[in-house]
Design a binder for this molecule. Structure first.
Ligand code: HEM
Ligand code: SF4
Ligand code: SF4
Length: 517
C-alpha cells in the first residue's frame, strides 16, 4: 500500500508542478479539488433548477420540453442544459482525482478517517444522480440506460418481479419508473448536500469555495464550451426498436459496456467488494496514533486562539474547572486530535523568552513539548560558525534540508510548520543563536495539516495572533513553501539566502548596524 501511495504521490507531484507554472500554486486546480467539487455541485444544482422550471414531467412530453429548452432558448435554457451536463462530468473528474490524491497523501488514516469514510457513499450518489439524469431526457440513450439498468437490477435478489419487463415495448410502459427517476434525480442531490456537509464536519475552515479567479475562469470556460458544443438529445426513445446509442457519456456510463461481457450479478459483487475495500482503506494498515495535545490549565487564560487555529475541530472552550477567573478553558477532543501541534504554535504562552523551567504553555504535544523545541533549536545551532549561520525549521511532511550536507546549517523538524510560535524566530535572531531562519513548509495551498502553513504566513505578516514582533528583521527570515520533490530549488533558495546573510554581515561591518535588531 505504501509503495502505491508513493508512486501516485510522485505522479501527482510531476503533474502538479507543471500546472503550477501555468496557474501558480494558489490557483492550481489540484490543490483545490474538494472546493471545485462543491463549485460544480452548485452549478449543477442552479442549472438543474432552471431546467426543471421548463421541464415537462410527462413521459411523452419530457423529450419535447427538453428539445424546446435546447433549441428555442439556446442562449439561456440551452446553455443551462450544457452547463448541467458539463459540470456533472467535471464533478466526476475532480472527485475521482480528489479521492486518489487524498489517498496518495495518506490523509485518511488514524484520526483523519472521517472525511474518507463519508466520502465513499458520495461516489455512489454522484453516479446514481447522473444516471437518473440521462433517463429523464427519454431519448435513445435514456432507453438504453433504462433497459440495461433494469436488467442489471433484476440480477439482484431484491425485487419479486422483473423490472426490465416494464421496458419491453411502447405498450408495456407505465411511466412509473420515469416518475421514480424524476424523484430520485431531485432527492439524491438534496441528500448529497447533507453528506457533503457531514464530510467536512471534522475539518475547521474547510475550503468549500475555490479561489475566485479559478472559479471565474472555470465558469467562463464552461459557458464558452456550452455555446460551441451544446449538449443535445439523441432521437426520441422508441421501445419498439433496439436503441442505437451514439455520444456515450463515459464519465457516468463507463461501466455499462462491461455488462455485455460480465454477468450482472458478478459486477454487483465486484462493485460491493470495491466499495467495502474503499471504506476500510483508513485502517489498511491501521495507524499508530500519536498522543493528543494536552492542556496545562495553569497557563491557559481562555483566549480561544487554539480553538480558532486547530484544523480538525479538536478543541472547544469549556467551563473553567480550576476556579480561575478566566472566561473558559481549552478542552481537547482526543478522538479528533491528529497531534499536529498547531495549537501550541497559536498559544500566547508558548514563548521561549520564559525560563526553561517555566516553559509549559497552555497547550502542547506531550511527545514534542515546547521546552524540547527550544532545546532542539539550541542544540542544533550550538556548533554553527561564520556570518551565514542558518537555522532551518521545517515541517516533517516537507522534505528537509540535510544538515550534514550543508555546513553551518542547523535543522529542526516539527510535526507541522504551524506548530512554530513566531516568538521562537524572534528568540533565535535577537539572542544571536543564528544569523537567519529558513522556514521550510509544505507547498502553498497544500499543507499536510490543512492550515498550518497558512496560519504561519499570516502570523509572520502580522495578520493573525500570535504575530511576529515588528522588531524582528524580516530580511533574516526566508520562507520556503516547496514541500516534497523540489530538492534542487530548495538548495538554491538556501544558498541565495546565505549569500544575503553574508552581504548583511558586510554592510553591518561597514557601519550599517543590525537592521531592526
Ligand atoms: C461530492 C463529493 C466531494 C466533495 C464536494 C468533497 C469536498 C471536500 C472538501 C471541501 C474537503 C476539505 C478540503 C480542505 O479544506 O482541506 C475535503 C476533504 C477530504 N475529502 Fe472530500 N469531497 C468529496 C468526496 C470525497 C470522496 C469520494 C473521498 C474519498 C473517498 C473524499 C475524501 C476526502 C479526504 C480524505 C479529505 C481530507 C481530510 C483531511 O484533510 O483530513 N472526498 N473534501
Ligand atoms: S491558546 Fe493557550 S491560552 Fe489560549 S485558550 Fe488555547 S491553551 Fe488556553
Ligand atoms: S495538535 Fe492541537 S491543533 Fe493539532 S489537531 Fe490536536 S488539538 Fe488540533
Amino acid at each position: 500500500m505504501g509503495s502505491l501511495k508513493r508512486a501516485l504521490r510522485f505522479l501527482f507531484q510531476r503533474v502538479e508542478y507543471s500546472f503550477d507554472a501555468f496557474f501558480g500554486p494558489a490557483l492550481n486546480p489540484f490543490v483545490n479539488l474538494g472546493s471545485l467539487g462543491w463549485f460544480f455541485y452548485w452549478i449543477v444544482a442552479a442549472s438543474g433548477v432552471y431546467l426543471y422550471i421548463f421541464f415537462d414531467t410527462g413521459m411523452v412530453q419530457a423529450y419535447d420540453s427538453i428539445e424546446q429548452i435546447t433549441n428555442v432558448q439556446w442562449y439561456a435554457g440551452g446553455v443551462m442544459r450544457s452547463l448541467h451536463r458539463y459540470a456533472s462530468d467535471a464533478l466526476v473528474v475532480v472527485i475521482i482525482l480528489h479521492l486518489v490524491r487524498e489517498f496518495s497523501l495518506d490523509r485518511l488514516r488514524g484520526k483523519r478517517w472521517f472525511a474518507w469514510f463519508t466520502g465513499v457513499p458520495l461516489l455512489w450518489f454522484i453516479y446514481a444522480c447522473g444516471i437518473s439524469g440521462y433517463w429523464m431526457v427519454w431519448d435513445m440513450l435514456a432507453q438504453y440506460i433504462a433497459i440495461v439498468t433494469t436488467e442489471w437490477l433484476d440480477t439482484l435478489p431484491l425485487f419479486g418481479e422483473s423490472i426490465a419487463s416494464n421496458f419491453l415495448n411502447n405498450a408495456s410502459i407505465t411511466g412509473r419508473f420515469f416518475t421514480l427517476m424524476v424523484f430520485i434525480h431531485i432527492a439524491i442531490p438534496l441528500f448529497m448536500l447533507f453528506l457533503m456537509w457531514l464530510h467536512i464536519q471534522r475539518l475547521d475552515n474547510a475550503r468549500v469555495n475555490p479561489p475566485r479567479a479559478l472559479a471565474a475562469g472555470t465558469l467562463i470556460s464552461m459557458i464558452v464550451m456550452s455555446l460551441i458544443f451544446p449538449a443535445v438529445s439523441q432521437p426520441p426513445a422508441n421501445l419498439d426498436v433496439v436503441p442505437a446509442v451514439v455520444n456515450f457519456d463515459w464519465f457516468y456510463l463507463a461501466i455499462y459496456p462491461l455488462l455485455d461481457v460480465v454477468p450482472g450479478g458478478q459486477l454487483w459483487l465486484a462493485m460491493g467488494a470495491g466499495t467495502l475495500l474503499l471504506i476500510l482503506m483508513p485502517w489498511l494498515p491501521p495507524q499508530r496514533n500519536k498522543p493528543p495535545a494536552v492542556v496545562n490549565l495553569d497557563n491557559c487564560n481562555g483566549c480561544r486562539r487554539c480553538v480558532d487555529d486547530c484544523p480538525y475541530s479538536a478543541i472547544t472552550m469549556g467551563a473553567r474547572t480550576d476556579g480561575a477567573l478566566f472566561d473558559g478553558q481549552a478542552v481537547v477532543n482526543a478522538s479528533n486530535c491528529v497531534a499536529c501541534g498547531i495549537c501550541a504554535g497559536a498559544c500566547p504562552t508558548a514563548t521561549p523568552f520564559r525560563r526553561a523551567t517555566d516553559l509549559v504553555p497552555g497547550i502542547e504535544l506531550p511527545n514534542f513539548s515546547i521546552a524540547s523545541l527550544k532545546e532542539k533549536i539550541l542544540e542544533s545551532t550550538a556548533q554553527l560558525q561564520g556570518a551565514d549561520r542558518v537555522l532551518v525549521i521545517g515541517c516533517e511532511n516537507a522534505r528537509q534540508v540535510s544538515s550534514s550536507a550543508e555546513p553551518d546549517v542547523g535543522v529542526v523538524t516539527v510535526p507541522c510548520i504551524g506548530m512554530l510560535p513566531p516568538s521562537f524566530i524572534d528568540f533565535v535572531l535577537s539572542r544571536n543563536v543564528a544569523d537567519g531562519v529558513f522556514i521550510n513548509g509544505c507547498r502553498e495551498g497544500d499543507c499536510f495539516n490543512r492550515l498550518g502553513a497558512q496560519w504561519m504566513r499570516q502570523r509572520l505578516a502580522g495578520q493573525r495572533d500570535p504575530y511576529l514582533r515588528r522588531r524582528v528583521p524580516r530580511e533574516r527570515i526566508h520562507l520556503c513553501w516547496l514541500g516534497n520533490g523540489r530538492k534542487k530549488r530548495r538548495s538554491r533558495e538556501l544558498a541565495a539566502f546565505r549569500v544575503l546573510l553574508r552581504d548583511l554581515a558586510v554592510s553591518n561591518d561597514n557601519g550599517g548596524g543590525k537592521a531592526g535588531g
